[in-house]
Design a protein. Structure first.
Length: 467
């Protein structure tokens, strides 16, 4: 398993095509808008070698016969799903942001199931690739979301808005299109492209799952812009160590050898992949987001102390409410994992209803938690001058007298970062749309709830015959 330092140097070996703010960046590793996001991923490597966390952050792989980083592991027992959630919470609390390796991990597991259903040849190809991923301990960018254009039209009616196969020959396929909102793409070694929607007959070219190197010829990345990007690395960063990352990835006639093509035109396998991924990833939000919210609760509690209001009943009650909502999210994520079932492939799958309830909670409860954090922080979180002003020889001492302490200033910036500032992009908007917008979860809940069993229970108690 790589150490955090080995991970950093492995990124320097790539010939990535990355654009940031209209400029091509040759070595992104030390770029101030990239490095905090790399630092967040690096924590997933550091924990695997940290005696306190190694048991949670690593797992035994039946494929390699050795220890692997949990982010490349296949869920072979129910405990693997529970440990995933526990590890995500710890990492979410350490980084206070998105550490970017969950989409790939959930994608690997979903693809294990889908290729097993697709047949021995597809599964063998996938396993061969997976062993390399585990041995090299790679970051996999899970690339599902297409630009989609007009949502009321099918992919075949607007092919440029969906990634697709445009050519096949004896050596492999050629893919064209784009994937948007790609978490951690510029910090990844490989991109796992997957279909972004259930495809219908006639849409086989869009039903493709394949692996390409992050720096493969034809792959171009454009870094997503966050509201206060210019503060990164500076005194007003809020989170002074880490941040998340979202990227637009263009695939302009990228060649993929058959050895890296796992699904090509198999509609059933591609539907399985989509549903399995959605379940895993919606439960994952029950791990990482409570960890992020722990940081917001901590900042609010620390500020209450700074302000001398931590003894007030209503302040305590608001902090309790923030903790209660956070544990509600975490509890359902754990429950979805604890009530898992074994797929025929030997991989354990989360409970689909609870996984979707977990993510549905995430689209709502953090908004109330953020509201309470903003309430407790006071207006200064929005109106405070730059922390750089505190160090100015002329204005600094006078300003410090107003702000109170540097600790207060830094905590206010952190709350701002995590509520409406730069960090709000990964935290709040990711809570809303990551792993699917709210309606996507409601569709799955509607499909899986046994409505008839509930009607029959009610009819029996109402003294009615059940047909
Ligand atoms: C921070 C962040 C990180 C992400 N990370 C990743 C990642 O790593 N990999 C990845 O593949 N994706 C990622 N995503 C993408 C995420 O899965 C999508 O944002 C999500 O699926 C919603 O898609 P969309 O953004 O295109 O919004 P839309 O699908 O356009 O949704 C916007 C609204 O339109 C509604 N809507 C959409 N389609 C229809 C329709 N046909 N009929 C009626 N209403 C409709 C929705 O219900 C919603 O209310 C990430 C997103 C965010 C914000």
């Amino acid at each position: 398993m790589k150490t955090a330092e080995e991970y950093l140097s492995s990124l320097r070996d790539r010939a990535l095509v990355l654009w940031i703010d209209g400029q091509r960046v040759d070595d992104p590793v030390d770029h101030p808008k990239v490095r905090p996001a790399i630092n967040a991923v690096a924590e997933t490597y550091r924990l695997a070698h940290d005696p306190e966390h190694a048991a949670l952050a690593t797992a035994h792989s039946e494929l390699t016969g050795g220890a692997v980083n949990r982010f490349t592991h296949i869920f072979r027992q129910p405990e693997d799903l529970i440990r995933k959630i526990e590890l995500q919470r710890i990492l979410g609390r350490i980084t206070g942001t998105c550490f970017q390796r969950c989409v790939g991990m959930d994608g690997l597991n979903a693809l294990f199931i889908a290729t097993w259903e697709a047949g021995p040849e597809a599964h063998a190809r996938f396993l061969d690739w997976l062993v390399g991923v585990q041995e090299r301990d790679e970051v996999i960018c899970g690339a599902m979301t297409d630009p989609k254009g007009d949502r009321s039209r099918r992919p075949a009616e607007q092919p440029d808005h969906y990634l697709r196969v445009v050519a096949r020959d004896a050596d492999g396929i050629v893919i064209r299109g784009a994937k948007i909102h790609q978490t951690g793409a510029a910090n990844a070694h490989q991109i796992l492209v997957m279909p972004g929607a259930a495809m219908r007959p006639g849409e086989e070219d869009f039903a493709v799952a394949a692996a390409v190197a992050a720096d493969a010829p034809g792959v171009t990345m454009i870094l997503g812009r966050q509201p206060s990007d210019e503060r990164k690395g500076g005194p007003d960063a809020g989170n002074c160590r880490y941040c998340g990352q979202e990227v637009v990835v263009l695939f302009e006639d990228v060649r993929v050898p058959w050895s890296r093509v796992f699904i090509d035109g198999d509609l059933a396998a591609s539907a399985t992949l989509l549903e399995a991924f959605a379940g895993y990833h919606r439960a994952s939000y029950g791990g990482c987001k409570p960890g992020n919210l722990d940081v917001l609760i901590g900042a609010s509690a620390a500020l209450a102390r700074e302000h001398g209001v931590d003894g007030a009943h209503h302040v305590k009650d608001k902090l309790i409410e923030m903790a209660h909502l956070t544990e509600t999210i975490h509890g359902v994520g754990l429950a979805a994992s604890a009530r898992s079932t074994r797929h025929g492939s030997g991989v354990w799958q989360v409970d689909p209803i609870l996984a979707n309830v977990c993510k549905q909670n995430v689209t709502r409860l953090p908004y109330e938690i953020v509201r309470l954090a903003e309430d407790l922080a006071g207006g200064m979180m929005a109106t405070m001058p730059s922390l750089a002003d505190l160090d100015h020889p002329e204005i600094g001492p006078r300003l410090r007298a107003i702000i109170g302490s540097e600790a207060r200033g830094r905590l206010l910036r952190l709350v701002e970062f995590m509520t409406y500032g730069a960090g709000a992009v990964p935290l709040r908007i990711e809570c809303m749309h990551g792993a699917g917008s709210p309606q996507a979860q409601r569709i799955v809940i509607q499909r899986h709830i046994d409505w008839q069993a509930r009607i029959e229970a009610a009819r029996r108690l109402a003294g009615l015959e059940n047909p």
